[in-house]
Design a binder for this molecule. Structure first.
Ligand code: KE4
Length: 427
């Protein structure tokens, strides 16, 4: 028995599913999860000593590569001065000022310890600011595991949602309306009928939790126009895309100013940091200034903030995003060429440092189209690549991530292996 298998057996006795977050359990791809022993640059090593070129990158945070010396040093320097104080620190002021400088839509920002806390707080804030209860989200978008966001569509476009997770009271879910991503007509219809009831729209402005789905510019601009017209708070959930798709996230790519933005992942550099921020008139509703309560023992933890500051500063180095996008494009182009060479039905695309691979003719543009892909083919590809030392996201419905630590030869190594895997899949 391998060490991974031994650890997984033990883990399943003490931890539900053997993991502390469901996607890690390999349940959609099957097989034994790899227990990671250490990571450096673009590689991780599992409990059996097997090395992998990593395209998960902790689901986004490792944008500068794992265990980057500048990040590790910053954490060490902070940790020796104490881990947390439950009191304000200068580092949190620096972090807030840096985030507001990097994202022009942020007048003010509040740090929390996860993306879920950021989105949960942003929703509560939008409800407190507008005095309305209803929110809109989009099927296939994931915003963390707060109750009101774990909701699937009810039947029909105008029916509020029902829980898609156990433990979420119908009374919570009924305030959440779930629409189709990229469906402008659906948006127009709902706002025409209920616009005055809607506290907030929360959207992944580039979706990464139903695999990578790109928005149409029309969709994002319609969101902005309709939220403005109806006094609805537009929340861009950039937990995944923030500083991942470019230096100003998706809002910078499309020139759209959301009312609130949620952040995570990259801004913590691998440590637990989330944030929500935006318009001053909205943010001033948050306690202790306003009536909307939100708090956290470890919010703004100096050690986590040190990792986040170091990570964000690395992204500001000259050429960072050019390098990140070049490596990601090389991966996508290489995979496409290899699949085409062997006649495998495959498509792929990227935005900045995140990418999607699909075993379908075209890149999907909606939840319905991505769920129509060939999941079996993905799972075969996933395991063949994993066995050969290339670690892709263990689900056909997750995006992939590249770092600036991936060299052109690392990417070429992955593409060469994929070529062999595609050839074998076709045989
Ligand atoms: P966390 O609570 O996991 O830090 O963030 C939740 C979240 C919020 N918004 C977006 C757009 C997100 O992508 C996430 C978390 N993303 C997943 C990746 N699919 C995290 C991986 C996991 O759940 O283990």
């Amino acid at each position: 028995m391998s060490r991974n298998q031994e650890l997984f057996e033990r883990a399943q006795r003490a931890i539900p599913g053997g993991v502390n977050s469901p996607v890690r359990a390999f349940r959609s791809v099957g097989g034994t999860p790899r227990f990671i022993e250490r990571a450096e640059g673009c590689r991780v090593w599992d409990a059996d000593g097997q090395a992998y070129i990593d395209y998960v990158g902790s689901w986004g945070p490792a944008i500068a590569g794992h265990a980057h010396p500048a990040v590790i040093k910053a954490v060490q320097n902070a940790a020796v001065k104490g881990l947390s104080f439950g009191a304000p620190t200068a580092a949190e002021v620096e972090m807030a000022e840096l985030l507001c400088e990097m994202l022009p839509s942020l007048d003010m920002v509040r740090l929390v310890s996860s993306g879920t806390e950021a989105t949960m707080s942003a929703i509560r804030l939008a409800r407190g600011f507008t005095g309305r209860d209803a929110i809109i989200k989009f099927e296939g978008c994931y915003h963390g595991h707060a109750d009101s966001l774990l909701v699937k569509a009810g039947s029909g476009l105008l029916t509020f949602g029902n829980p898609s997770s156990g433990g979420v009271p119908a009374d919570f879910a009924k305030h959440t309306l779930v629409l189709d991503y990229n469906n402008v007509a659906g948006l127009e219809e709902v706002f025409a009928a209920r616009g005055s009831e809607i506290a907030a729209v929360i959207v992944e402005p580039v979706a990464g939790n139903m695999n990578l789905i790109k928005p149409t510019a029309e969709f994002l601009h319609a969101l902005r126009r309709l939220c403005t017209a109806h006094g609805t708070v537009l929340i861009f959930d950039e937990v995944m895309t923030g500083f991942r798709v470019g230096p100003q996230g998706v809002q910078g790519l499309f020139g759209i100013t959301p009312d609130l933005t949620t952040l995570g992942k990259v801004i913590g550099g691998g440590m637990p940091v989330g944030a929500f921020g935006g318009r001053r008139d909205i943010m001033e509703k948050i306690a202790p200034l306003g009536s909307v309560y939100q708090a956290g023992t470890l919010s703004g933890s100096p050690v986590a903030v040190a990792a986040g500051l170091a990570s964000l500063r690395l992204t500001r180095e000259p050429g960072f995003y050019e390098t990140l996008s070049a490596r990601t494009t090389e991966l996508v182009d290489g995979l496409l060429a290899a699949a085409r060479r062997h006649g495998v039905t495959f498509s792929a695309q990227s935005v900045g440092g995140m990418f999607g691979i699909y075993f379908s003719e075209q890149c999907p543009d909606s939840f319905a189209s991505v769920t129509a892909g060939n999941t079996d083919a993905f799972n075969r590809f996933f395991h063949a690549m994993l066995e050969a030392g290339h670690y892709f996201a263990p689900s056909a419905f997750e995006a992939g991530f590249v770092s600036v630590a991936h060299t052109a030869s690392d990417i070429a190594e992955t593409v060469a292996e994929a070529d062999a895997v595609f050839a074998a899949m076709k045989a």
